[in-house]
Each structure stands twice: as structure tokens, then as C-alpha cells.
Design a protein around this ligand. Structure first.
Ligand code: PLP
Length: 238
């Protein structure tokens, strides 16, 4: 049973790695410049353990409570935890204790709370500016493109935070999802250029999920956040 699940994860992981390699080849990029983050939300810590045994180093979660339990359950493993979900200000201090990178920084109050939490935990925290790529639509989070530079400056100025780059989720399209994703990720790459003109070290671009990782690689993503293509479809939640 356990072995079956490990084999299933291994096969899925291999298929995703092949997709990333192919996308890199088309884009003339090196696969070494693209980091796969496996988003393990809703799946048990045992799956995180299995993934680690298969060579996964970067894992992502979108809920603080779930993430903290899983991180504690697997703290014997050498993992980097990425927080990719909407984060309430009052949960920031807890997240700052065990997460390595927060992808979803989208307001000054959160910057302040994460900085305070990181200071208290005596550690530094990597942060990405989450950009709302929906053109003022029903975005799940993120600053508008016009607000990106100001928030990036605020993160960079926070004593215990490291500004690493930008993150975006492509808007859900009624059809031609891949075209919509390609457009959104192109916009994100422009905003990354803008951020890097003031902060050259903040070159990370977190974009692309199970269904549009090729478009993300083609647009220059450095970090992909892949869940269901590796772990299977989630029973509930988004
Ligand atoms: C769940 C989630 C992912 C992974 O999505 P899949 O479609 O399962 O690959 C990526 N990014 C964020 C922000 C998520 O919440």
C-alpha cells in the first residue's frame, strides 16, 4: 500500500520533471534554473516524507495550521517550506517560525507582521510580492501591478525580510486557459524586470501550476508550484 503510493508519486514526479525539461528545451533555458515546489496541501505528512525520499526538497502549503503540523512532523528532513496561500496578519508570526519563503505577500500590514515574527524567531524570511494578474477581476489576492514597486521597497526595507521576487497565479479563463496563462505570466515577467531594476537580487518569479507550467517556464519562471499533477486531485478545497 505504502509502496504503491510511493511508486505513484515517483511516476507523477518523473512525468512533471519531463514536462519541465521539455519546456526548458523549447525555451532555451536550463532545467537547473527552474525549481519545482511540490504543493502538498490537503495531503498527509507521510506524502511529504515520500516525496523527500524521491528527491523533493521544496514543498508548498497554503494554510498555516496544516503547514505548521506537517513541518513539525517532518522536521528531521531537509526541506524548504514555501507558503503560497492567503495569509492573515495574525497568523504571520506563526508562519515566520518555520516557513522559508512566503510567496503571498500582498500588503504592508503583512510585511510588518512577518518582519516582527521573523525577528522574534531569530531568523530571516524570504518574501515574494504576490501580484493580482486578473486585471482588476476577482483575484484571490495580490497587489495590483501599479502597487508592486512600493510593496517591494517595503519588503526590502524590512530588517528581517529578504525580497526575493514576484509571484502570480494566472486568472481562471473560461476557455483557452493556456493562452490566458501565457499573457498573465508575460505581464508578471515585465513586473519582475521592474522590481529588479531597483532590487537586482530579487530575481525569483513564482508562476505556473499543474495546468500551465509550460507557459510559466516559457515566460521565465524560476519557481513552479505544482500540486495535483504529482499528488492527485484534491478531494476538496482549491
Ligand atoms: C494549490 C496551489 C497550487 C498548485 O495547484 P495545482 O493546480 O494543484 O498544481 C499552486 N499555487 C497556489 C497558490 C496554490 O494554492
Amino acid at each position: 500500500m505504502t509502496q504503491d503510493r510511493t511508486s505513484e508519486l515517483a511516476a507523477n514526479l518523473e512525468a512533471v520533471r519531463r514536462r519541465i525539461d521539455a519546456a526548458c528545451r523549447s525555451a532555451g533555458r536550463s532545467p537547473a534554473d527552474v525549481t519545482l515546489i511540490v504543493v502538498t496541501k490537503t495531503w498527509p505528512a507521510l506524502d511529504v516524507r515520500r516525496l523527500a525520499s524521491l528527491g523533493v526538497h521544496d514543498v508548498g502549503e497554503n494554510r498555516g495550521q496544516e503547514a505548521s503540523v506537517k513541518a513539525a512532523d517532518t522536521d528531521d528532513l531537509d526541506l524548504r517550506w514555501h507558503f503560497v496561500g492567503q495569509l492573515q496578519t495574525n497568523k504571520a508570526a506563526s508562519v515566520a517560525r518555520y516557513v522559508d519563503v512566503v510567496h503571498s505577500v500582498d500588503r504592508l500590514s503583512l510585511v510588518q507582521a512577518l518582519d516582527k515574527g521573523a525577528a522574534k524567531a531569530h531568523r530571516r524570511l524570504g518574501c515574494l510580492v504576490e501580484v493580482d494578474l486578473t486585471d482588476g477581476g476577482a483575484g484571490r489576492g495580490g497587489v495590483t501591478p501599479a502597487e508592486v514597486t512600493a510593496l517591494a521597497d517595503q519588503i526590502a526595507a524590512a530588517p528581517h525580510l529578504d525580497l526575493l521576487g514576484v509571484m502570480g497565479v494566472a486568472p481562471l479563463a473560461r476557455e483557452h486557459q493556456r493562452d490566458a496563462s501565457a499573457r498573465a505570466f508575460g505581464r508578471l515577467a515585465e513586473l519582475s524586470d521592474q522590481v529588479r531594476s531597483g532590487h537586482p537580487e530579487a530575481y525569483l518569479i513564482s508562476a505556473g501550476m499543474s495546468d500551465d507550467l509550460e507557459e510559466a517556464v516559457s515566460a521565465g519562471a524560476t519557481h513552479l508550484r505544482v500540486g495535483s499533477a504529482i499528488l492527485g486531485s484534491r478531494a476538496s478545497l482549491g
